[in-house]
Design a protein around this ligand. Structure first.
Ligand SMILES: *Cc1c(COP(=O)(O)O)cnc(C)c1O
Length: 219
């Protein structure tokens, strides 16, 4: 299948799930996760009109995207991977949204970089929704204080993000993230990947992060 056919198929599935849930498909942003894929693979999606992409590494984004952005200045980059505080300034310079804000040191570093650059990409606080020790994300118990600190530091918090445990039904974790967002007056929900995005859309995802279903499997 061509890139534009794959894109149309995914958009159709998002639209169907949204309709079942009595939602507007336009309220769901499709983030095409292009990490590990070269510019030649990404360009056909841009040519087909897609503009929102996800990358997980600052260095890879800096390598791949300047040329693509020259050709498509309205392309948007969402950084979805774990971020080291010492990369905060580069992330703020590069990204239109940052999905992995998960600890105070990163909040502080991002706030400082945003003030210095007068640029404020939307931030999602990543929650370790399955309390998995090997995963990033802030613990549910720490979410109230982290959000308070992020708000005090003037970070533009758009919502919450999660990566549910692999291999089990994701719906309860998506529902829990939705409840946490409502409890904190947040509307953005970054959840759902290639294997579970329709479920996520039905539960209220505003941003789905889809890689392999769009680009094929990663090396
Ligand atoms: C790689 C990645 C995705 C995309 O995963 P697919 O299963 O390929 O759709 C989504 N979110 C995050 C945080 C990722 O790192």
């Amino acid at each position: 299948m061509q890139a534009d056919d794959r894109l149309a198929a995914i958009r159709g599935r998002i639209a169907h799930a949204a309709k079942l849930a009595r939602r507007e498909a336009a309220d769901v942003t499709l983030i095409a996760v292009s990490k590990t894929h070269p510019a030649e693979t990404i360009e056909p999606l841009l040519a087909a009109g897609h503009r929102v992409f996800g990358e997980n590494r600052v260095a890879e984004t800096q390598e791949k995207w300047p040329a693509l952005r020259e050709a498509y200045p309205d392309a948007q980059i969402h950084l979805i991977g774990q971020l080291q505080s010492n990369k905060a300034a580069e992330a703020v310079a590069l990204a239109d949204a940052i999905h992995a804000v998960d600890r105070l040191s990163l909040v502080t570093a991002l706030a400082k970089a945003m003030d210095a650059q007068a640029r404020r990409p939307a931030c999602f606080v990543q929650v370790n929704i399955g309390a998995e020790p090997q995963k990033g994300g802030c613990a549910i118990d720490d979410l109230p204080s982290l959000l308070a600190e992020a708000r005090a530091a003037n970070l533009p918090i758009a919502g919450l993000m999660c990566l549910p445990p692999a291999g089990i039904e994701a719906a309860p974790y998506f529902a829990l993230l939705g409840k946490l967002a409502r409890d904190h007056g947040l509307t953005g929900l970054s959840m759902g990947m290639s294997d579970d995005f329709e479920t996520a859309v039905m539960i209220g995802a505003t941003h789905v992060r889809i890689g392999s279903a769009l680009f094929g499997s990663r090396a």
